[in-house]
Write a protein that binds this ligand. Structure first.
Ligand SMILES: [Zn+2]
Length: 334
């Protein structure tokens, strides 16, 4: 399968994150991507510019991502920019001055630091996704975007969960604008793709289905519950299938069947897959029980839809097994 990435995606390297009350090494590390890249011959991403990114993300948010680390240094700080104050109730258009306030305004958690090269890596991660779309629009049945940093937790104007630009949403919106739709997004990362859901929640043009750990027990907690089904013109175009910790293939397969049936029933003509390998039994931050061979089964069922498909890499933190799991998944598409 044609695969796209850019080495500048490796530059983003935050040192640490706050996890369960402790500072720990940043789980979304460059070696994740490097381990996958070593196993697949990726083509360099082309540059499609800012326009497709701004079709999803607010201009003020994009400007923030570009300048935040410089502002952090200008404020006399060292290391990675990280927030500590977040507007829980609602956000409104305030002319905020301090970098700490801006970080809070444009994020929903403290696990997404901005390091020196974050913008560059996020930009090229999005361009890798757009390059995969370009290949599929040009006639490839499917293509893989080796995205890093991942994207599915990022909303139109906020970062979170290691995500800055929502690569899957950028592809979906552009595919829709190119007339390739109706577009469906299937999110099979361990965590709910709250940013993707939010971007399309009131948008009837894109169907979003997600299979993930029950947010009652798992990040991102506040979204991904089964009663979230869309609103306005998007009513009925969101499907959440939360599963309990400990889920293995026996519990996963029926949910996958439901999601695929819903995508087919909705009349999708183009598919974007947010693929996370953090559903793996040995993932250090997750709690499902899938094994390497299950990734081929998941892919075979997705391929059964017979849709042109862009696969965007999301999570997966068992670095030693990551490349094998990705390879198994991609191999299942035939
Ligand atoms: Zn995840």
């Amino acid at each position: 399968m044609r695969t796209f990435s850019d080495d500048r995606q490796l530059l983003h390297a935050p040192e640490r994150e706050l996890h369960n009350g402790e500072w720990v090494p940043y789980a979304e590390c460059p070696s994740r991507m490097a381990s996958i890249a070593a196993r697949c011959a990726a083509e360099p991403a082309a540059d499609f510019g800012l326009e497709p990114i701004l079709a999803v993300h607010d201009a003020a948010y994009v400007e923030f991502l570009r300048s935040a680390h410089d502002e952090w240094l200008a404020a006399g700080r060292a290391g990675d920019a990280i927030g500590y104050a977040f507007p829980v109730v609602r956000r409104r258009a305030l002319d905020l001055q301090r970098i700490d306030a801006k970080i809070g305004q444009f994020s929903f958690d403290a696990s997404t630091p901005i390091a020196q090269h974050t913008w560059q890596s996020a930009y090229w991660s999005a361009q890798s996704a757009l390059s995969a779309l370009d290949a599929v629009a040009g006639g490839e049945p499917r293509a893989f975007a080796l995205c890093r940093p991942p994207g599915h937790h990022a909303g139109a104007d906020y970062m979170g969960g290691y995500c800055y630009l929502n690569n899957a949403a950028i592809v979906a919106r552009r595919a829709s604008a190119m007339g390739l739709g109706p577009v469906a997004i299937l999110d099979v990362d361990y965590h709910h793709g709250n940013g993707t859901q939010d971007i399309f929640y009131a948008d009837g043009d894109v169907f979003f289905a997600s299979i993930h750990a029950d947010p009652v027990t798992d990040y991102p907690f506040f979204w991904g519950h089964a009663d979230e089904t869309g609103e306005g013109e998007g009513a009925g175009s969101t499907l959440n299938l939360p599963l309990p910790r400990g889920t293995g293939w026996a519990g996963y397969e029926p949910a996958l069947g439901r999601a695929l049936e819903a995508i087919a029933h909705w009349g999708a003509k183009f598919l974007v897959v947010s693929f996370g390998a953090d559903t793996f039994a040995d993932d250090p931050i997750s709690h499902f029980r899938l094994v390497t061979a299950d990734y081929r089964r998941i892919a075979e069922r997705i391929a059964g839809l017979g849709l042109p498909t862009v696969i965007a890499m999301e999570g997966g933190y068992a670095v030693d097994a990551l490349a094998a799991n990705v390879e198994e998944f991609l191999g299942g598409f035939g």
